[in-house]
Ligand binder design. Structure first.
Ligand code: FAD
Ligand code: SF4
Ligand code: SF4
Length: 1011
């Protein structure tokens, strides 16, 4: 079977029909055969792209069994997959891809005394460790992708974490694997003495493996690198261990360890039994400052003698990146002495705080002995330690967000060399980069000689040639120092051809025998580890030579992505000069490097639709890949294709990805662009037009408020309107108010050209909850501020109020939105020019000024207004911090407030401002709800097609927290739709009426608020 490569110019039609229709009938899970689904599974975090034949998302292990038999009977290759976060192309191939991450994620058995757990392959590491925490245990292979990577994938790659010095790699921590071979044989692979119970096929297999191991004993000793971080090839050294850290305590053979690191080429992992470790009682961190990177590298070998749990490098580029970020600057600066060229983060763990501290004392003394006195910063505080680890991670993220076609490419990123040679290795590899006109940033695992470095290469132009040249020269260095070419990320497509180089012809032949013994028909993930393709086979690249980009006339301004970069300096060319036929839209989409960070479940906002569906299509990555393929012409000559529409259908435009995606993929903005392209050719259905144009017809609804509000009281009317608007009859609609704030205050709150604050009252506040605007005026005035209400320049009795254009943007009506934005800028620019602050109440409206306005080609005024526009909580927090806020507040009858921040507040780092503002109220205990999107998201949750998903999003964290709060707890939410979701969902049972934070503050005014 030859590889079917995705060629966007000539994308294959759906591979439906026999045999897949038959498989679909036989399994309970999903069999995906359409072009877009296969395209989404054609990539991982590598530079490669190969279209799978089909994708199975099994509902059970039995589905996998059926599928494997089905494939074996027909000679169809199979490719197991977890989160698809591999960096080397392990999970791309022309096969039936079997994605275990959605359903196969249970804990199967747990033994606290023996400290073991047995899990299905799809369980995510952070989730497992969250589950184990209550038992004081953890699985300590702490890879950076712990929030999304699956244990099955970790075993497949023999993954290693930052603390591998203390705990080893996966191979040191997997006790047994229940596996299924391609021919359907099931067996437990574990310690040698389990062999007696095995079926004949397995007994025969293990016997032959053992004979092979005995035969190759000397060769194994001769060629396998004697470093702990060696993950290339098969672990043939289970028969003659070469790792610095023993595989088993008594030197016996454990066959599960042969499956670890086999990258899905030998067998399917059904369950894994893992060794657990006690959670360290105390951690302490020492930061050693160095004058040069070389000095740091030469020192690493001495530091590991103190038995730390981690020694991690941060080089000067990363230090500078962190310093340039206002949020990280104080964190990194507290760890620095003067201006170091590199720092090493040295972590110790101990049973008690005293012993951990004692270790730091020993580190200090050692540095003195090494002639490096006064270079240590001690961080005993847990929060400070955590913050510094975050900075290290963020530094990498900033590096990865480089715009232009040159990208940091992972192919020699994890060579491992003995510590004694680390300094020399870094110097010589840096010289190689310079000779090839590129550079790399160094970071990570100094403790085990595995430094990460990614040279910047342009894989659409000369990247492939440079990659080979650099790889060959780096390989020579690795050979000189007797290191491992693959020390962490495995072989996949980028390094399997180097297996022969690393292990020599004899052991390579032995690896082929191992493969044949397990999988004689060569059906399991072919082309990885053995029988490899070349790393620089450009037909397998994500951007193959045939790649093209459609000509697109975008509605938004994407020119800042349409640039190229200088690999040596990182300097970008001028916006608009990158040569993108889609004027930067395609290059913005291509920023997704498939690292899979958006698959995380627990922390942050991103990505709510994935959290409830767990489908690749409803993931930021899935959306970016679909868009990328569409822009490459995979679904026809129009980017406005049904495939993209389907992928974006459940995107709630929460902007979580804008902040949390390491490369800044801003899918909310991309959705606006897509909707723009779509409505240009397809138009908008009536229901969508109704919502988009709501600010324009709102005055009529206000005038006829009692009539409009009838729908909420008459179920048959709600059902009738559902038919022609799409608005779900189960939803109540916001209540139209006859007396709006702007109408009421038209006369008495005049535009004041000396005002400190200009209050922007958006359509939602004005029409549905005018009391919020009244509360804002009361609080701001109580603070002694002069307040003016933002009014259009053409303000007269008949003119319509100002509007940010949010509803138009949601439906891609960019021209209408631009018209509204222009009116806003005309009204607000004079105020900001004289130093006033524009303050808003509704997060989605206010952040439109700070975000979308900047991408609508509105000129310099947009930037000036954006700079001076703040949500009211942020304004109060800022003025309080500056000592300019004189607000007399009294305790409230309620002593607790639970706060749900709007997604856009979270996306702009403004969620804490609500807490800060509310904490000004004496005796009020203010707590944030750790929630993602509320699920309502503007009009998203009102639609009948999205109601269920909307409610599931709310049920993830928000609604359980609200229901768990006592009646004496205030529920606070600044977003109109968030408040509505909470009120709507709690209508039956114990109804809750959440409030905007400004109303809570107004209630606490000593002189009595009007809220
Ligand atoms: C930004 C970034 C940081 C990273 N940091 C680290 C790090 O610190 N340490 C590290 O070791 N790696 C790291 N990686 C690489 C990768 O995240 C890890 O190897 C991870 O453990 C892979 O897990 P996964 O679920 O994504 O597996 P996948 O990528 O889906 O699969 C990995 C391999 O396992 C095989 N496999 C999956 N499921 C099964 C199964 N049921 N049976 C048999 N074989 C199976 C696959 O075929 C594939 O060969 C990083 C990657 C990125 C993008
Ligand atoms: S969208 Fe962002 S977080 Fe998700 S895979 Fe792409 S780059 Fe990573
Ligand atoms: S905007 Fe929100 S829902 Fe849409 S892709 Fe980004 S994180 Fe997911």
């Amino acid at each position: 079977m030859t590889a079917t490569v995705v060629k966007p110019l000539n994308f294959h039609p759906p591979a439906d029909g026999e045999p897949w229709a038959r498989l679909r009938r036989e399994v309970t899970g999903d069999v995906l055969t359409d072009a877009a689904s296969r395209g989404r599974y054609a990539t991982d975090a590598s530079i490669y792209q190969v279209e799978p034949l089909a994708v199975l998302v099994p509902a059970s292990d039995d589905d996998v069994r059926i599928a494997m038999t089905f494939c074996a009977e027909r000679g169809i290759p199979m490719l197991p997959r977890g989160a698809g976060s591999s960096q080397c192309g392990q999970t791309v191939g022309a096969a039936l891809v079997i994605d275990h991450s959605k359903h196969l994620d249970r804990v199967v058995a747990f033994d606290a005394d023996a400290r073991t757990v047995t899990v299905e392959p799809g369980i995510v590491l952070d989730r497992l460790n969250g589950w184990l925490r209550r038992h004081g245990l953890w699985f300590p292979v702490d890879v950076s992708t712990s929030a999304q990577c699956t244990l099955g994938g970790m075993a497949g790659n023999n993954s290693c974490g930052s603390r591998s010095l203390a705990y080893g790699n996966m191979v040191h921590n997997v006790l047994a694997i229940d596996a299924r071979l391609a021919d359907g044989t099931q067996a437990r692979f574990g310690p040698e003495n389990d062999r007696a119970d095995a079926p004949p096929r397995i007994r025969d297999l293990l016997g032959k493996l053992r004979a092979l191991g005995a035969r190759e004993r000397d060769e194994i000793a001769r060629v396998v690198p004697k470093v702990m971080r060696r993950v290339g090839g098969y672990n043939a050294d289970v028969f003659n261990p070469q790792s610095e850290r023993p595989y088993t305590s008594d030197g016996s053979i454990n066959y599960a360890q042969l499956l670890v690191g086999s990258e899905g080429t030998l067998a399917w992992t059904r369950t894994l039994t893992l060794a657990l470790a006690p959670l360290p009682a105390h951690r302490t961190l020492g930061v050693v400052n160095f004058r040069s990177l070389r000095e740091a590298m030469d020192c690493a070998q001495h530091l590991v003698a103190l038995a730390p749990s981690a020694v991690e490098l941060v080089d000067r580029t990363m230090i500078e990146l962190a310093r340039a970020n206002p949020a990280f600057r104080p964190v990194i600066e507290q760890a620095l002495i003067d201006a170091p060229d590199a720092i090493l983060l040295v972590e110790f763990t101990g049973e008690d705080a005293v012993s951990a501290q004692r270790q730091l004392g020993r580190l200090d003394a050692l540095l003195g002995d090494l002639g490096l006195p006064g270079r240590l910063v001690k961080l005993a505080d847990v929060a400070a330690q955590k913050a510094l680890w975050e900075v290290r991670k963020a530094g990498l993220n900033i590096m990865m967000s480089l715009r232009g076609d040159g990208k940091p490419v992972s192919f020699i990123e994890d060579c491992a060399v003995p510590l004694a040679h680390l300094g020399e290795y870094v110097d010589r590899l840096t010289a190689i980069f310079t000779r090839h006109g590129t550079r790399g940033t160094w970071y990570a695992h100094a403790s085990v000689g595995t430094l990460h470095v990614r040279p910047i290469l342009d894989m659409r132009r000369d990247g492939a040639q440079k990659m080979r040249a650099i790889a060959e020269e780096a390989a020579e260095l690795v050979r000189t120092y007797k290191g491992a070419f693959s020390g962490e990320h495995g072989d996949g497509l980028v390094r399997s051809e180097w297996v022969a180089w690393q292990f020599g012809p004899r052991l390579t032949k032995a690896f082929e025998e191992i493969k044949h013994l397990f999988d004689p028909a060569a059906l399991m993930n072919p082309g990885k580890i053995v029988h490899a393709t070349r790393m620089d086979d450009a037909t397998l690249f994500r951007f193959p030579p045939t790649h093209r980009t459609l000509q697109v006339e975008p509605g938004l301004d994407w020119s800042s992505w349409n640039v190229q970069n200088d690999p040596m300096t990182g300097t970008l060319t001028a916006p608009g000069t990158g040569g993108d036929p889609a004027q930067g839209f395609a290059k913005a989409v291509e920023m997704c490097n498939n690292n899979g960070h958006c698959r995380k479940f627990d922390a942050g906002t991103m990505c709510p639709s994935y959290r409830v569906t767990r489908d690749e299509i409803h993931l930021t990555r899935g959306r970016a890949n679909t868009l990328r393929l569409a822009l490459a012409g995979a679904f026809g000559d129009d980017v406005a294709s049904n495939e993209v529409r389907d992928a974006l259908a459940l995107c709630v435009s929460c902007k979580g990805c804008r902040r949390e995606c390491p490369t800044g993929v801003d899918m909310a903005r991309m959705k606006i662009e897509f909707e723009h392209q779509w409505q240009r050719t397809h138009g908008l259905p009536f229901g969508d037009r109704l919502i988009a144009w709501m600010p324009r017809w709102a005055p009529y609804a206000t005038a006829l408020a009692p009539l409009f509000n009838v729908r909420n009281r008459v179920p048959s009317l709600a059902r009738w309107t559902e038919r022609w608007t799409g608005i779900d009859a189960r939803r109540s609609l916001p209540h139209w108010r006859g007396r709006t704030f702007l109408r009421e205050h038209r006369g008495d709150v005049r535009e004041d050209t000396t005002a400190d604050v200009v209050l922007f009252v958006d359509t939602f506040t004005d029409r549905f909850e005018p009391e919020n605007a009244h509360a804002a005026v009361a609080v701001l005035r109580a603070a002694g501020l002069r307040v003016s209400i933002a009014k259009p320049h053409d303000a007269g009795r008949s003119s319509r109020p100002l509007c940010c254009g949010r509803t138009f943007l949601a439906y891609g009506l960019i021209d209408e939105a631009r018209r509204e934005a222009t009116r806003m800028l005309e009204a607000l620019t004079p105020h900001v020019a004289r130093g006033a602050t524009v303050v808003g109440l509704e997060p989605s409206c206010l952040f439109t000024l700070r975000d979308e306005f900047l991408g609508m080609r509105l000129g310099g005024d947009a930037a000036r207004v954006a700079e001076h526009a703040l949500l009211i909580d942020a304004f109060i927090a800022r003025e309080h911090a500056a000592g300019r806020l004189a607000l007399a507040l009294a305790p409230l009858p309620q002593r607790r407030a639970l706060v749900h921040a709007h997604c856009h507040q979270k996306a702009f780092g403004a969620a804490d401002d609500v807490l800060t503002a509310l904490r000004l109220i004496p005796d009020l205990d203010v707590e944030a709800i750790e929630s993602s999107c509320c699920g309502m998201a503007g009009a998203f949750g009102y639609h009948r097609d999205r109601y269920d998903v909307s409610m599931r999003m709310a049920e993830l964290a928000l609604l359980p927290a609200v229901r768990g709060a006592g009646d004496d707890t205030l529920i606070v939410a600044d977003g109109t739709s968030c408040r509505h979701q909470i009120a709507d969902a709690t209508r039956t049972g114990n109804p809750r009426e959440p409030m905007h934070a400004i109303r809570v503050l107004a209630r606490a005014l000593r002189n009595g608020g009007n809220a």
